[in-house]
Design a protein around this ligand. Structure first.
Ligand SMILES: Nc1nc2c(ncn2[C@@H]2O[C@H](COP(=O)(O)OP(=O)(O)O)[C@@H](O)[C@H]2O)c(=O)[nH]1
Ligand SMILES: [Mg+2]
Length: 358
């Protein structure tokens, strides 16, 4: 199961460069009209350590789908529909903001201004959401007038969200109740999708430039995080053979590629956590939603495990590393047996007991 996120932003902010760094796909930099998508392994250093411990025959990583999208311009109807089409089915947005000055790189503005650029993107998304909400309101108007209870409630909720959008508040910032969210669910509002901010800078020595600081303030408004990245450097790094990367990183004065942090943050934005199954055959990372109960998580492994769920044996990754082996962990009494109500935690190593379907 790969969950989708999309890189969005105004033209020439660096989306495609970052997409290429993520995928090493080397998509053409200009004129890419189609949304490009790719499924990537989620880098996770815990996997490396589990593989060192079990020496499995097979290793399977958790995955994430990332899409590149066309740039967003103000009041551009044809682009708006293309853009919205390309992000309707994603569950999180990675908003790239140009934080580098470079006269060599064409840009439609004379200045660098993260506030202006994020406003442009938010306004376009809200314009699209307004239209969607108005459509729904028109569709249910007759039913609402006839007094249909559901339609009356949905109308009130949709009108409330619409009027806040018209005041310039993206749906994700409206602190909607679960009932309000239910009423707008079928509209699949783009301004409701969670946003991770990506500040694209020239080099990591500029990590704290004034534009990056502005992006952090914008992200704080969404209670979100900011990943600072040098798209250009990352693209260069991704083209190197893995063995040559360490030296190059050192030359750039950075410890690790920011792509790993970016993908991990995107994964968290999607509301996802990782749990593991381990053994000599296979070490594997699985994905479930934060808050999923044990049977639901077990169902990611096999539907029989959900249907016939009995118990889940759980080791904490950190406990296992501390103990050094499964046997030592068991001796220390740190293996837990959990039931149906257990919420699987990030880093759980699980083994499911279940009745096989007949
Ligand atoms: N100087 C500099 N240029 C960059 C950086 N990231 C992207 N660019 C350049 O900006 C231009 C537009 O990048 P692109 O990824 O195509 O932007 P997109 O329109 O958002 O997809 C290209 O010429 C890139 O080489 C960066 O971090 N520093
Ligand atoms: Mg592009």
């Amino acid at each position: 199961m790969a969950l989708r996120c999309a890189l969005i932003g105004i033209p020439s902010c660096g989306k495609t460069v970052i997409f290429n760094a993520i995928t090493s796909a080397r998509a053409p930099l200009y004129g890419a009209s189609e949304a490009n998508r790719v499924i990537v392994n989620l880098p996770d250093e815990r996997m490396t350590r589990l593989v060192d411990m079990y020496h499995p025959r097979k290793v399977v990583y958790a995955t994430l789908e990332v899409a590149d999208t066309p740039g967003i311009r103000a009041d551009d109807n044809s682009r708006r529909s293309r853009l919205v089409g390309s992000i309707k089915d994603v569950e999180a947005l990675l908003h790239v903001i140009r934080c580098f000055e470079d006269e060599q790189v064409p840009f439609e503005h004379a200045t660098i201004d993260p506030v202006r650029d994020t406003e442009t993107v938010d306004l376009e998304m809200m314009a699209s959401d307004s239209a969607t909400l108005q459509n729904k309101l028109e569709r249910i108007a007759k039913k609402a007038r006839s007094g249909d209870k559901d339609a009356v409630r949905e109308t009130a909720n949709c009108e409330k969200v619409l009027s806040a959008i018209q005041e310039g508040i993206p749906a994700r910032r409206q602190e909607l109740s679960s009932q309000e969210i239910a009423s707008v669910k079928e509209c699949n509002l783009v301004s409701l999708k969670p946003v991770l901010y990506i500040a694209n800078i020239n080099s990591m020595s500029e990590q704290d430039n004034k534009y990056v600081r502005t992006v952090r303030e914008l992200a704080a408004k969404d209670k979100s995080e900011t990943i600072v990245i040098s798209g250009k450097d990352e693209a260069d790094i991704s083209e190197l053979e893995p063995g040559d990367r360490a030296l190059f990183l050192k030359e750039l004065g950075i410890e690790e590629s920011a792509i790993e942090r970016l993908l991990q943050a995107a994964y968290r934005k999607l509301g996802l956590i990782t749990f593991f199954t381990t053994g000599e055959d296979e070490v594997r990372a699985w994905t479930c939603r934060r808050g999923d109960k044990a049977p639901v998580a077990a169902g990611k492994i096999h539907s029989d495990m959900e249907a016939g769920f009995i118990r889940m044996e759980v080791m904490k990754y950190s406990d296992l590393m501390e103990a050094g082996s499964e046997a030592a962990l068991a001796r220390a009494g740190k293996q837990h047996l959990e039931g149906r109500e257990y919420e699987v935690q990030d880093g759980d190593i699980v083994s499911v007991r279940f009745n096989a379907a007949r």
